[in-house]
Design a protein around this ligand. Sequence first.
Ligand code: BT5
Length: 346
Amino acid sequence: MGEYKHGHISGKIINKEMKPPELIDDLILNMFKESKGAFVSGQTMSNKIRISRTAVWKHIEGLRREGYVIVSTPSRGYSLVVAPDKLSASEIKRGINTKTIGREVQVFNAVVSTNDIAMEMGARGMQEGLVIVAESQSHGRGRLGRTWISPGNVNIYASILFRPELSPVYAPTLTMMASLATATAISKTTGLEAKIKWPNDILIGSKKVSGILTEMNAEEEMINYVVVGIGINVNMRVGDLPDGLRIPATSLMECIGEKVDRTALLKQLIETIDSDYDGLKNKGIMSVVKRWRENCITLNKKVKATLPGEVITGVAEDVTQQGGLVIKMAEGHTKVIYAGDITILE
Ligand code: BT5
């Protein structure tokens, strides 16, 4: 399947003029789905998709290389026996009912970082709501230049493009909104209770299952575009993560003891973010901040904050509309911090 390299971004070619290879794959897979295990002839596929029978065969070979087990007989055609656990744009979009988020979904096999692609799409003027998903990232990013470990075909790596009518100082609202939506989607899909730790960690118990990285392109008064990148450890084995992570990590599979349907979770996430974004537009920033306060485990706890160049301790009292954490220090005064890491002491 085609790969492209553009600057530091690599991924599959999406070409609107020709039929993108993924679209043809999706159309073939849809036909298999509709046939419910019965054979579909190469001629039927060729007629419906309007590509040659040789092209159908090439795509079947490509799908086989990706792990699809497809049997074929010259007289009856092709039948899908086993499908790998793979994300596809058409599966994600099927039956989804959203206003803005997920109007366009693009799924890549291997990228450097989904945030890079979404930022690039933002720079090229793509409309908001675009969702970039990848099966694996070679350089998934965390905050402050850190790495997000992104093994293939087991987790969710998704970046969403927004063009909010907000002043740049309120961009953290989108991180808050996304962390709330991620916690909600996890709870709805798995029944687990997911909580938020300031500023961007989603925890099950005391272990990190998801992180959010928000990046933006803005002018002094106006946001041009914001990309919210969400990484969720879904079906990875935690033993595959290195020791010494900032916060002990887990995956949803480890928590519930069985594999989680990544497509269902991603759909739920997109739908939740869509309705929450609508809520943000209609009800304003405070509606997000209020809900965030209710779901944040950091508030009313004694915390240690590691900031660039200093470490402070105090009680985390509140979060501001700009996403700052208000810490009441032992000496009685308060300090608002906007970046850094928090350790909950008690
Ligand atoms: C984050 O940073 O938690 C933000 C992670 C955002 C990842 C998404 S995936 C889609 C999109 N594309 C990207 O390139 N990024 C976004 P931070 O709070 O800085 O946490 C990073 C720290 O978490 C690392 O330094 C490790 O200690 C730890 N870590 C790395 N990979 C992890 C993983 N898969 N699960 C849990 N912890 C991890």
